[in-house]
Design a protein around this ligand. Structure first.
Ligand code: C5P
Length: 311
C-alpha cells in the first residue's frame, strides 16, 4: 500500500494545435457552428504547474502581454479547476502557474491547452482519479477545443468540433508557424464569416448543419505525404481572418515564396501555419521569414496530448 502523501506540485504539459482542415457549416441555435475539422497537435506547449492551496489562483509566466490573459473565472484553466472540484466534491483549491508558449488568441488553442492541462494537473494533485472518459466529458463542457488538447495526436472533430475520432497519421509533418503580436477574437471571426456568407450571392443554399472532412485530407495524413496534404489543406475561417488582418495574406505569400508547400491560417487566426516537405526546408523557411522580420518558429506534429511531466 502506498503511503505517499499527495504531491507538493504537479507539472502537466499540453500541446497547441493546428487545424489542418477546417470546414464550417451553419450556425446552431446555441450560436455554435457545425464543424468538420482535423486537428494536429504540434510541438509548442503550455506548461501548467498546480500546487495545493485553500483557494483558487492563477499566475502567468512567459512572453505574454500584461493583461492579455485573465486571471479570474474568464480563464479557462480556472474554470477547469473549479469544474473538477465541483464534480468531485473536492474541498480546497489550487494555485495554478501557467507557463505559456502558445500565442494568446492565436488560433492554436492555447487557452484550451491550459484547460486540459489544469484538469489533468488538479486530478493528479487532488487524487480525484477520474477516468479518461470522465475527463473527456468535463473537457467537452469547457470548450470545443479542450478535448483535443487532452488527447493530442491527429484527430477529426465533428459536431461543434468536440466529437473526436483519432485520424491515422503516418510519420512527422514539419510546420513553420508565424505568430502575430496581436491576437484575433474567435467569436468575432465566426461572426465575420457569417456576415461574409450572408452577403455572398454565390451561396444558393444555407450552409449545412452536418459536414465531413474531405477524403483526400485523410488519405494524405494516412500516407504521411506532405505534398498531398498541402494540396488538400483548407480553412473556411481564413477568408474572415484575412479580412480582419490583411497582412496575413502578405505573410502567406512570403512563406510560399521561401519554399513552403502550403500556408494556411490556423483556426480563427492570426497564426499562419506553413507545411514544408522536410525539416531542412522548414528551417530554411523559418530563417527566411525571420529575415523579413516575422516571428517564425519551426515545429512538428503530431505530438501527444496533455501528460504529467512530474508529480
Ligand atoms: O468553444 P470555444 O470557447 O473555443 O469557442 C469560442 C467561440 O468560437 C464561441 O463562443 C463561438 O463564437 C465560436 N465557435 C463557433 N462554433 C464552434 C466553435 C466555436 O461558433 N463550433
Amino acid at each position: 500500500m502506498s503511503l505517499l502523501p499527495f504531491p507538493e506540485a504537479v507539472h502537466v504539459r499540453a500541446p497547441g494545435k493546428i487545424n489542418v482542415y477546417l470546414g464550417v457549416g451553419g450556425r446552431h441555435d446555441d450560436g455554435y457552428h457545425a464543424l468538420a475539422t482535423v486537428f494536429q497537435a504540434v510541438s509548442l506547449y503550455e506548461d501548467v504547474i498546480a500546487r495545493p492551496s485553500d483557494d483558487f489562483s492563477i499566475v502567468v509566466k512567459g512572453a505574454v502581454e500584461p493583461g492579455s490573459v485573465p486571471l479570474d473565472d474568464r480563464n479557462l484553466a480556472m474554470r477547469a479547476a473549479k469544474l473538477l472540484a465541483a464534480v468531485t466534491g473536492h474541498e480546497g483549491g489550487v494555485a495554478l502557474e501557467l507557463r505559456k508558449s502558445v500565442p494568446v488568441a492565436g488560433g492554436m488553442g492555447g487557452g484550451s491547452a491550459d484547460a486540459a492541462a489544469a484538469l489533468l494537473a488538479c486530478d493528479t494533485l487532488w487524487g480525484t482519479g477520474l477516468s479518461p472518459m470522465h475527463l473527456h466529458e468535463l473537457a467537452t463542457r469547457l470548450g470545443a477545443d479542450v478535448p483535443f488538447a487532452l488527447h493530442g495526436g491527429t484527430a477529426v472533430g465533428t459536431g461543434r468540433g468536440d466529437q473526436l475520432n483519432p485520424a491515422l497519421a503516418r510519420g512527422r509533418f514539419d510546420w513553420v508557424l508565424v505568430m502575430s503580436d496581436e491576437g484575433l477574437s474567435t467569436p468575432v471571426i465566426y461572426q465575420r464569416l457569417d456576415e461574409h456568407r450572408a452577403q455572398g450571392e454565390a451561396l444558393a443554399d444555407d450552409p449545412p448543419l452536418s459536414l465531413d472532412v474531405p477524403i483526400p485530407v485523410l488519405q494524405a495524413l494516412r500516407a504521411g505525404d506532405p505534398h498531398s496534404l498541402a494540396a488538400s489543406m483548407h480553412n473556411d475561417l481564413e477568408v474572415a481572418a484575412l479580412q480582419e488582418r490583411p497582412v496575413l495574406e502578405e505573410i502567406i505569400r512570403d512563406g510560399l515564396h521561401a519554399g513552403a508547400l502550403s500556408g494556411i491560417v490556423s483556426g480563427s487566426g492570426p497564426t499562419v501555419a506553413f507545411l514544408c516537405d522536410t525539416a531542412d526546408t522548414a528551417r530554411y523557411v523559418q530563417a527566411e521569414l525571420e529575415e523579413r522580420g516575422r516571428d517564425a518558429l519551426h515545429v512538428h506534429g503530431p505530438v501527444p496530448g496533455a501528460r504529467v511531466i512530474s508529480a
